[in-house]
Write a protein that binds this ligand. Sequence first.
Ligand code: MN
Ligand code: MN
Length: 316
Amino acid sequence: MSDYVSPSTPDMLAPRYSGLATFMRAPIAQALEKIDIGMVGIPYDGALTNRPGARHGPREVRNQSSLMRSINHATRINPYQLCRIADVGDIPFESAFDIEKAHDEIFNFIGEMVKAGIVPLSCGGDHSVSLPILRAVAKQPLAFIHIDAHTDTWDSFQGSKFNHGAPFRRAHEEGLIDATKTVQIGIRGAQNVSEGWDYSKNAGMRVVFVEELQKRGVDEIVEETRSIVGDAPVYLSFDIDSLDPAFAPGTGTPEIAGLTTPEAMALIRGFRKLSYVGADMVEVSPPFDTGGLTSMTGATVMYELLCVLAEAVSAG
Ligand code: MN
Ligand code: MN
């Protein structure tokens, strides 16, 4: 059943608007075999603290991702020539009303992918989904590149310590990420308490507020991040709200004066040739979107991540 996964896919000659929507028009996996990178949808938003809708992210990102092509104009990477790539579908949920059980379901599914030697490129979903992904991919405390308006190192909210503002505090507590090899980029937006910012700083994470990036420029931040991450196994998480809402209005907790899309592209391309164990793009909320803009932007971020992952995975 696995012959459909070949370097010649997806079929770039077919009209891009035709056929069933999969991520990047990659083939749908019938089994978790003969795949190097699996793109997976995580339609879960039960851990949100504000505007809802991220559960609809994967379907709309799949739709908009049919606009993507194969060869990256900036890096000349063609991920499909480097790796076997498939859409492995959505994680099926049976406990969507219970955050911790839903997280277990994510952990189990990503765990099966990891067992099959597949590097996950996930599409959320709210940002809480990154915690069970990290539980599944981390064989040791990982280096962590986190692009977001928020540090997501807050604590409990409304009785749950697994809300989408807390995953990386939990990940740090659980020894899944190495704080000294963690860089959080694009942070901004007023808060009622400074707890999350303080937690990241006190834990030893490098927190790059957006004004610092805007002042020093992307290249310097990339260089510093690369020196912090080194050759350690690394996970990259991209929250779409890192971008200015002018580029990505369809998200739950927008913050103005954010990253531009050129800055985001330059950041991701700056993080080539690291030792990736996976990546995700989260928090696209189609009900708050305008004309599919945020989903298209999220799909393009996923494509850029796919290029970087494919280059790293094929290099072994
Ligand atoms: Mn986030
Ligand atoms: Mn955020």
